[in-house]
Design a protein around this ligand. Structure first.
Ligand SMILES: N=CN[C@@H](CCC(=O)O)C(=O)O
Ligand SMILES: [Mn+2]
Ligand SMILES: [Mn+2]
Length: 317
């Protein structure tokens, strides 16, 4: 079910009502229909929420991620706005997963994402469990057509290549896509041996997945990893980015279904995001797996908001 956008959660401190250089997100954000054509702005960032944790429930995880979009909005609202007036930012509302109908909700998210891209906007999807990514993908594929080479970059502790024979979950999206879409390819940064069985590593090999282990993604060896990502970007026509918040160390991101004691440091994730979104081939970004009900003092929500802010500041810059 689609819910119209509202400015209800976009509130915060007002340093000035007239000086644009003092503005925060809540003072610049508008609402928009996902399918409305873009206004005159050079760059149009559009949020769409995906209120679902049905994929996590089916994957036997800890539910609560469906509550993340509004919490992330509340945190983002308060951040200073660093872009010029030529960038517009709109909230396009939410898609809600009702009565466990995940496949319908993913299709609906796909329609919203596709509408945003066709209107020349850049979708930033506020998940939701990581099943958000399947809807994200559906929308992008529908907007770009089936023949375009699509590179999917996932920052995650997990491959999410599980079998969907029984049903799709938050752990199956990449297998669902790679099994059917021969023009898509997959790069995963932050993979953990603790988070994936040997069988999942075999599955990754079968699908020619490129990946970097979490232990290889330290500040010291980041350059090398970023070069590998560059090579992946070069091989594709369009890039989409997804961040599974459980890729980040549980010291910084405790509010997730599957926490990672050996997860990535936030500044490493920030560098990867900067690198990927600054590339002109990148057209969309989602942040998934924030679970506000498991969070400590909202720190995972706040970190997600700060990383989204980084993506917005660096988009095609
Ligand atoms: N999106 C998360 N997927 C992980 C969850 C792992 C877990 O719950 O332990 C996966 O299926 O591997
Ligand atoms: Mn994960
Ligand atoms: Mn995941």
């Amino acid at each position: 079910m689609y819910i119209q956008p509202s400015l209800h959660f976009w509130t915060g401190r007002v340093d000035s009502e007239t000086d644009e250089r003092s503005f925060r997100y809540h003072q610049v954000i508008n609402t928009s229909d996902p399918c409305s054509a873009n206004q005159k702005s050079e760059k149009s960032i559009r949020f769409i929420g995906f209120k679902s944790d049905e994929g996590v429930r089916r994957n036997k995880g800890r539910v609560g991620a469906g509550k993340a979009p509004d919490e992330i909005r509340k945190s983002l609202a308060k951040l200073p706005w660093h872009l010029s007036a030529s960038t517009s930012i709109c909230d396009c509302g939410d898609v809600v997963c009702d009565n466990g109908k995940l496949e319908e909700a993913q299709a609906e998210l796909g329609q919203a994402v596709s509408g945003i891209i066709q209107g020349k906007g850049y979708p930033i999807i506020l998940g939701g469990g990581h099943e958000t990514f399947y809807g994200h993908y559906l929308g992008v594929r529908s907007a770009i057509g089936e023949h375009v080479k699509l590179g999917m970059i996932n920052i995650d502790a997990h491959f999410d290549l599980r079998s969907y024979d029984k049903e799709p979950t938050s752990g199956t999206m990449f297998k669902q896509i790679l099994d059917h879409d021969k023009n898509s390819s997959y790069f995963c940064a932050g993979i953990q041996k603790q988070g994936n069985t040997l069988a999942l590593f075999d599955e990754a090999k079968r699908h020619s997945v490129e990946f970097i282990l979490e232990e290889q993604l330290t500040n010291k060896s980041l350059e090398n990893s970023l070069e590998k990502m560059d090579d992946f970007i070069d091989k594709n026509d369009v890039i989409i980015l997804t961040l599974c918040m459980d890729s980040i160390s549980s010291a910084y991101a405790p509010g997730v279904s599957a926490p990672s004691p050996f997860g990535l440091a936030p500044d490493v994730v920030r560098e990867i995001i900067r690198k990927v979104v600054s590339h002109p081939k990148t057209i969309s970004f989602d942040v998934s797996e924030v679970n506000p009900s498991l969070d400590h003092s909202g720190q995972t929500v706040l970190l997600a908001a700060h990383l989204i802010n980084e993506a917005i500041i660096n988009f095609h810059e």
